[in-house]
Design a protein. Structure first.
Ligand SMILES: [Zn+2]
Length: 154
């Protein structure tokens, strides 16, 4: 009983967070928007395709169609809540925009997305742009990788 109450309290706090987030960007608070935002707020969740979101909603017994998922993701992207990545050889991947720059590595075997930040690469990019008489406005770096031999999972 205590656990149940505690669980509810935690859930309500989390829902407040999503409600505030939607209001902050001027989106009306609707059930699909709330639930989809919650999926991205789940611990350990970073990069998801629209189908990943759809499957997670199904697992939570939510009857939200794939078309709605796409529509909400597009609205979130326009509102600046999420960023859409069009990595090669796969479906578009969405992640919450936490305003922290990072680059990506894509495992071409599994499609797994790995984030990384390298001070050295950042510095070099600025140097290269400067050498050509430019300042960097924005950049995105994607490495397409394959597990090293001996590191391969069956
Ligand atoms: Zn990322």
């Amino acid at each position: 009983m205590i656990h149940y109450r505690l669980g509810n309290a935690v859930r309500e706090v989390a829902m407040d967070q999503e409600t505030n987030e939607l209001r902050r960007v001027g989106l009306k608070v609707t059930h699909p928007r709330m639930r989809i935002l919650q999926i991205f707020d789940e611990e350990g969740v970073r990069h998801l395709t629209a189908e990943d979101v759809y499957r997670k909603l199904l697992a939570h017994h939510e009857d939200i169609g794939l078309a709605t998922v796409y529509r909400v993701l597009t609205q979130f992207e326009a509102a600046g809540i999420i960023v859409k990545h069009n990595f090669e050889g796969g479906q578009a991947v969405y992640e919450l925009d936490r305003g922290k720059h990072h680059d990506h590595m894509i495992d071409v075997d599994s499609g797994k997305v790995i984030e990384f930040v390298s001070e050295e690469i950042e510095r070099l990019q600025h140097e290269i742009a400067a050498r050509h008489g430019y300042v960097i406005e924005d950049h995105s770096l994607v490495l397409y990788v394959r597990p090293k031999h001996g590191n391969r999972k069956p």
